[in-house]
Write a protein that binds this ligand. Structure first.
Ligand SMILES: Cc1cc2nc3c(=O)[nH]c(=O)nc-3n(C[C@H](O)[C@H](O)[C@H](O)COP(=O)(O)OP(=O)(O)OC[C@H]3O[C@@H](n4cnc5c(N)ncnc54)[C@H](O)[C@@H]3O)c2cc1C
Ligand SMILES: NC(=O)c1ccc[n+]([C@@H]2O[C@H](COP(=O)([O-])OP(=O)(O)OC[C@H]3O[C@@H](n4cnc5c(N)ncnc54)[C@H](O)[C@@H]3O)[C@@H](O)[C@H]2O)c1
Length: 445
């Protein structure tokens, strides 16, 4: 049977685009996108979030220098900050599309739906492909409570014209903590409602409690062990938040930050017998679904690695290689660093603290309060803290946790050491710029 395309990719986000660019040299490829070209990360995820974060972090650095030569603390001008962000995000969809055009990759706008394992319906068109790759990402979970139409999402937050005076978040994961920090630094009264007593459950509790104290000192109110049971929308942007633990609170906006769910509802996966597990499409070690011509990657799949942009990219490039027969090996994930941009940043890579504690004969855990080290003293980051995890037998670094301003830099350095299995000798046998975050590396060995 002759197909219209060698491969059709559903979703024009970081994952889908990695597949398309990976296949493009040797295959006829089509990408179908139902919303904005570029997907979540550059339009309403990582990139706009970090632009706002950069502005509020600059303000925070000035505050830290109050007795070091910068006495006046600046104020965030929300609309100017939003204009700065929009100056970047508004160009993303057209820029992404012209990239595809320039590379000669066919692309259409529309919602794709499976007819069978080789055929999609997009609008009124039926299109066939020898392979089809699902790369449809995720969307915010909206808690199923009375009045839930009043919930806004991270997408709304990252494009708000004005900062509401009083603002709340349901959930205490990545999205809630990062956006709560931006809102608090920009001058809002911020409330976080969390149904249990943990925030950022994938990070060690000793670290999340430190971060919670820092965020509480900024004025963020944590309502732990608190279920939001109903919302009542009122006049003038007011919303009454009813909980099972406290008197109702009247806020000006409430955001659902209770996790994300895969975008699968419109694909008709049931209709063609594709198995969906908890949290996404079920795939094997080659990212194949149970229908042989259909692959799935990125945030849309069920997996134990974190759902992050670089991971979608790794999976997209892998599927392109696998489809072209360049590899037959199962997908291999390197150590994946992850960072919560929370002002300061909380970052982690490799073997976790919990795993290391379970095997004391195998790992050495070292705790470093680095706030007084030159690097952190210079920027007055008194709370900076680092834990390193070494493999006893080889003396190599296998894991790290960092709570610090710009923790992303140190965690990137640690990730490189872990990924390349660098020994203590090799790690110290080179000359980084001094003074810098990287020039501290030797002190951790
Ligand atoms: C607020 C926020 C902040 C984040 N910050 C970070 C960060 O700092 N670092 C990081 O690494 N990750 C971050 N992430 C996660 C990151 O954005 C995702 O991991 C990444 O975008 C996943 O890429 P993807 O290609 O798998 O999916 P997506 O980027 O979601 O792309 C999927 C695309 O598929 C399209 N689509 C869905 N269904 C269909 C259909 N039926 N037909 C056609 N098209 C369809 C969607 O419109 C979308 O454009 C953040 C996410 C959010 C929400
Ligand atoms: N810096 C980054 O890398 C970054 C930033 C933002 C988002 N992300 C990605 O997006 C994903 C989604 O982020 P998220 O914060 O929405 O999810 P999350 O899974 O990190 O956190 C969800 C939070 O909601 C709580 N929760 C779950 N169900 C609830 C309910 N019914 N009522 C109240 N609370 C509930 C959970 O206990 C948790 O605290 C992340 O896991 C990550 O993969 C990454």
């Amino acid at each position: 049977m002759a197909f219209d395309y060698d491969t059709i990719v559903i979703g024009g986000g970081p994952g889908g685009l990695a597949v398309a660019y990976g296949l493009n040299k040797h295959q006829k490829v089509l990408v179908v996108e139902g919303n904005l070209w570029g997907g979540t990360c550059p339009n309403f995820g990582c990139d706009p979030k970090k632009m706002l974060y950069g502005v509020v972090e600059a303000k925070r650095q000035v505050a830290r220098y109050q007795t070091s030569g910068l006495p006046a603390e600046p104020k965030v001008d929300w609309s100017a900050m939003m204009a700065f962000k929009r100056g970047y995000t508004e160009k993303i969809p057209t820029g992404t599309e012209s990239g595809l055009k320039g590379a000669g990759i066919d692309h259409i706008n529309g919602i794709a739906k499976f007819i069978d394992g080789h055929t999609l319906k997009v609008g009124s068109q039926q299109i066939t492909g020898q392979q089809i790759v699902i790369a449809t990402g995720e969307t915010p979970n909206i808690p199923d409570i009375p009045g839930n139409k009043a919930f806004k999402t991270s997408t709304d937050f990252l494009d708000m014209d004005r900062l509401p005076q009083k603002i709340g978040f349901v959930g205490a994961g990545y999205v809630a903590i990062e956006l709560a920090n931006i809102a608090a630094e920009a001058g809002a009264e911020v409330h976080i409602f969390q149904h249990n007593d943990r925030l950022l459950r994938n990070f060690p509790q000793s670290y999340t409690e430190r971060l919670k104290t820092i965020l509480t000192d900024k004025g963020i109110h944590f309502h732990m062990n608190t279920n939001v049971t109903a919302l009542e929308a009122g006049a003038d942007d007011q919303v009454k938040v009813v909980t099972d633990n406290d008197d109702p609170l009247v806020l000006n906006a409430i955001f659902a930050a209770a996790g994300r769910r895969p975008n699968l509802d419109q694909l008709n996966l049931d209709g063609i017998g594709i198995t969906v597990a908890n949290q996404g499409v079920k795939v094997d070690e080659h990212l194949r679904t149970n229908v042989p011509s259909v692959y799935a990657i990125g945030d849309a799949i069920a997996k134990s690695v974190p759902k992050l942009t670089p991971v979608s990219g790794i999976e997209g490039r892998y599927v392109a290689s696998f489809i072209q027969g360049e590899t037959t090996a199962p997908i291999h994930y390197p150590a994946i660093p992850h960072t919560v941009f929370a002002g300061p940043e909380l970052a982690q890579v490799g073997v976790s603290l919990a795993e290391a504690k379970k095997e004391p004969e195998r790992y050495v855990i070292s705790d470093h309060s680095v706030g007084a080290w030159y690097t952190y003293h210079r920027i007055q980051d008194k709370d900076a803290h680092v834990t390193t995890i070494m493999d006893k037998a080889s003396g190599k670094l296998v894991g790290a946790i960092v709570l610090a301003v710009n923790a992303e830099e140190l965690i990137n350095d640690f990730s490189e050491l872990i990924t390349h299995g660098t020994s203590a000798k090799d790690a110290t046998d080179w000359t980084p710029v001094y003074p810098s975050v990287t020039s501290d590396l030797g002190y951790f060995y």
